[in-house]
Design a protein around this ligand. Structure first.
Ligand code: NAD
Ligand code: UGA
Length: 458
């Protein structure tokens, strides 16, 4: 079949694969290829066992793979073949050298830029999909224009706003799609080309355009604002616990104000995921770099509050359980950083588990999708850890339950059955406020929610 356009995604991760799959799904007349240097990942995308769990993704991949969606390890060959290239590689926090622990590590991104330069035989539109520090497009342009040939590259910024667990819906019905470009003749033409692709399924009023720097910065700022709401409500949950106010009632009352809005006001054990912390730290680093220490410290406090919330949760467990966890068995219900994903990157569960192990507790970890990643995360941690998928088996013989992920299935468990199998007094620490606390208290648990009065007989 002759395809109208050929589009490449570099990086077959949580963003690259679903994003490119959605383009293939919505544009059957375009050939979409996704490449990655990780051969195992590509083999998994080509198999019946996709490398990530994302509701609805398998259906889309099944419909498109082999039709107009292809996964390949031939990065260089595909750069030659395709006219529009989406760069979706990882941009983690730097762990070494200047800016370690703050700045974005751009080595994967830069390698891609050089690969594009070395292999392109015709002009290309290069789209930044990865989340990048402001002004990265300038560096990209400089690398791409350092070649000897006459090939022309236009660099666009079209950051991705999807969230894991809802990626397919977010990609199909986005709140907005952002396309930033240079405001030159060729930049605007490249912008129009990309807008044309999204217009296949996104209503025109939801496709917004801007200059390239605004697009890059808007992504960091969106994540910073979302994370800041979570830290704000978590900070108030601490005050609720001191004052008998109920965080759910407060969040509801506050969120009813349409100027504030109800979303992202759920108190819990803190935000996780690969991006919030990384992107805020990146913003903090940029503010420092541009000589704005007050702005940097304002945003840094969002991350500090998140760490405080996790530490506070462990302190609550320790205090409630008579200040010693040594030899006690604690069942962690949920290891993923949020429901409906197997992703555990920066999951609060990692930090909380380590702190429980440091208290010499025995930890039993249960999760419907994230146990494989949990095993990898905790591979180097000493102490007694076991992994049990079935929550009833995981909880049996434990002194306490700690709910760390908002999986729907945890709302529906038979807590009487679980209580009967546990050591008494049995404790329930609901780090997501998803369990029926009064019912569990009646069953016999000593219940410790987030930001609400404890229900305890002790
Ligand atoms: P990921 O680690 O899951 O995937 C990145 C992939 O890029 C990996 O498979 C890696 O092997 C591949 N890669 C690295 N260098 C490469 C190269 N030179 N050539 C080919 N492949 C290469 O990361 P992710 O979660 O998909 O995130 C990617 C980017 O998107 C990040 O900048 C992130 O901040 C941003 N983002 C992520 C999400 C999310 O929900 N995960 C949402 C929006 C934006
Ligand atoms: C987030 C953003 O929501 C996406 O828009 C963005 O594209 C993405 O980061 C990214 O750049 O990677 P994601 O991290 O997948 O998406 O998931 P969220 O739904 O934002 O949740 C992040 C964390 O905050 C989770 O640990 C979640 O449990 C926590 N959270 C969220 C709360 O504790 N309370 C809330 O009210 C909302």
């Amino acid at each position: 079949m002759k395809f109208k356009k050929k589009i490449l995604g570099i990086g077959a991760g949580y963003v690259g694969a679903p994003t490119m799959a959605m383009i293939a799904y919505k544009c059957p007349d375009y050939k979409v290829t996704v490449v990655d240097i990780n051969h195992e990942r590509i083999a998994a995308w080509n198999s019946d066992h996709l490398p990530i769990y994302e509701p609805g993704l398998e259906e889309i991949i099944t419909k498109t793979r082999g039709r107009n969606l292809f996964f390949s390890s031939d990065v260089e060959g595909q750069i030659r073949e395709n006219d529009i290239i989406f760069v979706c590689v990882n941009t983690p926090t730097k762990t070494f050298g200047a800016g370690a622990g703050m700045a974005a590590d751009l080595q994967y991104w830069e390698k891609t830029a050089r690969q594009i330069l070395d292999n392109a035989e015709s002009s290309k539109i290069v789209v930044e999909k990865s989340t990048l520090p402001i002004k990265t497009a300038l560096a990209m342009e400089r690398i791409l224009s350092s070649g000897k040939g006459k090939i022309k590259f236009d660099v666009l910024s079209s950051p991705e706003f999807m969230a894991e667990g809802t990626a397919v819906c977010d990609l199909e019905y986005p709140d907005r799609v952002l396309v930033g470009s240079r405001e030159t003749k060729s930049g605007l033409a490249a912008r129009a080309e990309l807008v044309k692709i999204f217009s296949r399924w996104v209503p025109p009023e939801k496709i917004i355009t801007s200059n390239v720097w605004s697009a890059e910065l808007s992504k960091l700022v969106s994540n910073a604002f979302l994370a800041q709401r979570v830290s704000s409500i978590n900070s108030i949950s601490a005050l609720c616990e001191k004052t008998d106010a109920d965080i759910s009632e407060v969040a509801y009352a506050v969120g009813m104000d349409t100027r504030i809005g109800a979303k992202f006001l759920k108190a819990g054990v803190g935000f996780g995921g690969s991006c919030f912390k990384k992107d805020i730290l990146n913003l903090v680093y940029l503010c420092g770099y541009y000589g704005l220490p007050e702005v940097a410290s304002y945003w840094e406090s969002v991350v500090r509050m998140n760490e405080y919330q996790q530490n506070r949760f462990v302190a609550t467990i320790l205090n409630a359980m008579f200040n010693t966890l040594a030899g006690k068995k604690i069942c962690i219900l949920g290891f993923a950083f949020k429901a409906d994903t197997g992703d555990t990157r920066e999951s609060p569960a990692i930090n909380i588990t380590r702190k429980l192990l440091a208290e010499h507790a025995e930890v039993v970890i249960s999760d419907p999708k994230a146990l494989a990643n949990a095993r990898i995360d905790l591979a180097d941690d000493g102490g007694k850890i076991s992994f049990v998928e079935n929550p009833y088996q995981a909880a049996a013989g434990c002194h306490a339950l700690a709910v760390l992920t908002d999986w729907e299935l945890y709302r529906k468990l038979d807590y009487r059955k679980i209580f009967n199998s546990m050591v008494k007094p049995a404790f329930l620490f609901d780090g997501r406020n998803i369990i029926d606390h009064h019912k569990c208290f009646e069953i016999g648990f000593n219940v410790f929610p987030i930001g609400k009065p404890a229900l305890s007989r002790l």
